[in-house]
Unconditional design. Structure first.
Length: 343
């Protein structure tokens, strides 16, 4: 019987290895795919893939159960001293090994297909979080980043600052040079932002011609960085279809404070931004929680020179801007109040 015992041992190893391969493969594939699948709202394609894989492994598992039954029968025959031919054991072991090879082939094909689908799902996730024109975070991704930083502020007292950036006279740029030129301005400014800011800053297209920056650096560093960026943009030459398009930006910054909600930080940053707009544009203001403080050094203009240069059209522009500020602040308060009620 030593020869039979050896065959039993080999068969046991074969069956155990086969079951182990099935378990590890299923766990590995499901583990890799779970994160990507959960990130996508429409999981139909992914579920169909899992159903196919489950069917294939079920068929092979059925083969294993059949061979386990045959092995049990051989064991019973051995216990009753019924004759067992070595050819029977060899044939059974060969069939088990053959099934194991089939499983390996199917697993290789499944992993290749899963790799392609994971790449596709990752692409969908990236598109859902990225602004198509600029490649920056979109508003949805920015809000999630803000929520994350606010949670760290609440749980670990890690402060953060917010900066808002607006392209000056962007509507005039579109009207004068065309919307394609406006899109090129947005792309170029996005590249300047990415080149100017390192990984300590999270940058997003906030909406239209407005951008936003989040950082856990002190507000003084954020304001200084935006002032450097403002100077760089003002000195830059942007060419589009053989035309030089001058641009400038206005910025506002604010930092989280003791009793703040997210809406308070956004409101103060927006107030600082519009202080820059009302102050003449192409400048940076920082909101200290009470007032907006000018960061940009602006040369003083003598009163008589200022009055001679201020036309009626300029005064009308300023009055219109003030009206837009009031309306914008009203909308911000409403939007953030609704957002906070949902949280």
């Amino acid at each position: 019987m030593p020869e039979v015992t050896t065959y039993y041992f080999l068969i046991g190893i074969g069956v155990g290895a086969f079951l182990l391969v099935i378990g590890v493969a299923i766990g590995f594939i499901l583990g890799r795919s779970r994160g990507a699948a959960d990130a996508i709202g429409d999981k139909q394609q992914f579920l169909e893939f899992l159903q196919e894989f489950s069917k294939a492994t079920s068929e092979l598992s059925g083969d294993v159960s059949k061979y386990q039954h045959q092995l049990s029968d051989l064991s019973q025959r051995a216990e009753t001293d019924r004759p067992i031919q070595s050819q029977e054991i060899q044939a059974l072991l060969a069939r088990i090994m053959n099934v194991n090879e089939q499983l390996q082939t199917r697993l290789d094909a499944t992993e290749e297909r899963l790799e392609k689908q994971t790449t596709q799902l990752s692409g969908y996730l990236t598109e859902a979080r990225t602004d198509g024109l600029t490649g920056l975070m979109n508003r949805r991704a920015f809000d999630k980043t803000t929520d994350s930083l606010f949670a760290q502020w609440q749980n670990q007292s890690v402060p953060f600052s917010l900066g808002l950036i607006d392209i000056d006279y962007f509507k005039k740029i579109n009207d004068t040079y065309g919307h394609q030129a406006g899109d090129e301005i947005l792309r170029r400014l996005s590249s300047m932002l990415q080149g100017h800011c390192d990984d300590r800053f999270s940058i997003a297209r906030y909406g239209g011609e407005e951008f936003a920056i989040l950082t856990q650096l002190p507000i003084e560093q954020l304001s200084a960085s935006l002032e450097e960026l403002r100077q760089f943009v003002a000195d830059a030459r942007i060419e589009f279809e053989d035309q030089h398009i001058p641009i400038s930006i206005s910025c506002g910054t604010a930092a989280i404070q003791a009793t703040d909600r997210i809406g308070n930080v956004v409101r103060r940053s927006d107030e600082a931004l519009y202080a820059s707009k009302l102050g003449g544009r192409n400048r940076v203001h920082e909101h200290d929680g009470t007032v907006c403080r000018l960061i940009t050094e602006v040369p003083e203009t003598p009163p008589e020179e200022e009055s001679s240069h201020q036309s009626s059209a300029a005064r009308r522009d300023q009055q219109a801007a003030e009206s837009r500020v009031q309306e914008r602040l009203r909308r911000i308060v409403e939007e953030e109040s609704q957002r906070l009620q949902k949280k």
